[in-house]
Design a protein around this ligand. Structure first.
Ligand code: FPP
Ligand code: MG
Length: 342
């Protein structure tokens, strides 16, 4: 069986992690079931709605969120209904897809994963409404599943996600954004939702509150690491691999961790230069110089270190769960996230 989704990015580490081929096959089969379900969910009687969904679905993706629902449930060591895991994993991926479609409108993004975004093909209104349809489909799935505790938790996470995105826009252009305010945005827009996926896994398996909390902690720290790496890749990534242009956060006037750390290492003159280019038509040459400083002054290395610390705390959070293949694979995901190139 061909390994798909986020597992393919971990493939060189499987032997070291001592993950059984059986778990890899079962996780791959689960992701394939989610993929089939997603294909059905993007169908619509309105062709334009379907096209917006298909552009996003066919663009691929790691399917990390559903995989976390499944692996978290398995890591409890308790039985659970696999079909529920497929449905709930699908709902979480649909919400994720909706947020990316909206995010690309907000960020004016022409490409994602190396392909044209729904926004660049169909414009603002169809993208916003097409994203809304996917969000509503996720709500339908959650309602059909019928677990009020899960519905309540996912609704709360979606509120946080949307509020986090609004807060990110509210602080756009603020070069002197504090570290705490920045980290709070990362928690709200990314980490809370990944935490929610892991908690769903625990709840599906009716695990103890402490095990679900441990999975939630794991998800929170994994999510923080994931977003910090995303923001590092914005400066350091290879556009051919990320599928996105370089330094878009800086161009858009969005302060992220590498920039916060760089500012602590600049002379007054250098800071004035960076401030004059921030969100203000920086040329490729300006960006090259700023990224060069980020490398030389160890701003990227410090952000990298923070991502690794979150990944390490995520692994420690798993210690209360039974030792298993699933737990090792969840630990492996943290290495995959910090090493990822796209
Ligand atoms: C990607 O961040 C975007 C998010 C993590 C959240 C987006 C949330 C919304 C648009 C609001 C809520 C929407 C719905 C449908 C509930 P990024 O821009 O840092 O990452 P990128 O580099 O992948 O674009
Ligand atoms: Mg974006």
């Amino acid at each position: 069986m061909k390994i798909s989704g986020f597992l393919s990015s971990l493939s060189e580490g499987f032997e070291a992690l001592k993950i059984s081929p059986r778990l890899l096959e079962e996780t791959t089969a689960y992701i394939q079931d989610v993929e089939r379900e997603l294909q059905l969910q993007v169908n619509s009687v309105i062709p334009l709605v379907e096209e917006v969904g298909r552009i996003t679905l066919d663009g691929g993706g790691k399917r990390l969120r559903p995989a976390l629902v499944f692996l978290a449930a398995r890591a409890t060591g308790l039985p659970f209904e696999r079909s529920r895991a497929t449905q709930l994993g699908t709902a979480m991926e649909l919400i994720h897809m909706a947020t990316l479609i909206h995010d690309d409108v907000i960020d004016d993004a022409a490409t994602r994963r190396g392909r044209p975004t729904a926004f660049s093909v169909h414009g603002i209104t169809p993208s916003i409404l097409g994203g809304d349809v996917l969000l509503a489909k996720a709500m339908q799935i959650l309602a059909e599943d019928g677990d009020l505790r899960i519905i309540r938790m996912v609704s709360r996470a979606v509120v946080e996600l949307a509020e986090g995105e609004v807060q990110e826009i509210a602080v756009r252009g603020q070069l002197d954004l504090s570290l705490d305010d920045h980290l709070s945005v990362l928690r709200m827009k990314t980490a809370s939702f990944i935490e929610c996926c892991c908690r769903i896994g625990g709840m599906l398996a009716a695990s103890s509150e402490s095990a679900t909390d441990a999975l939630g902690q794991y998800g929170h720290h994994l999510g923080m690491a994931f977003q910090i790496v995303d923001d590092i890749l914005d400066f350091r990534g290879d556009s051919n691999k990320t599928g996105k242009p370089i330094a878009t956060d800086f161009i858009d006037g969005q302060t992220t961790l590498p920039l916060i750390y760089l500012l602590t290492e600049l002379s007054a003159e250098e800071r004035t230069f960076v401030g004059s280019k921030f969100g203000n038509g920086a040329s490729q040459e300006d960006l090259k110089m700023i990224v060069g400083w980020m490398n030389d002054r160890k701003a990227l290395a410090r952000a990298d270190q923070d991502a690794r610390e979150h990944a390490s705390t995520a692994r420690e959070s798993l210690e209360g769960l039974p030792e298993s293949d699933e737990r090792r694979l969840l630990a492996g995901v943290t290495f995959g996230v910090t090493r990822r190139q796209n």
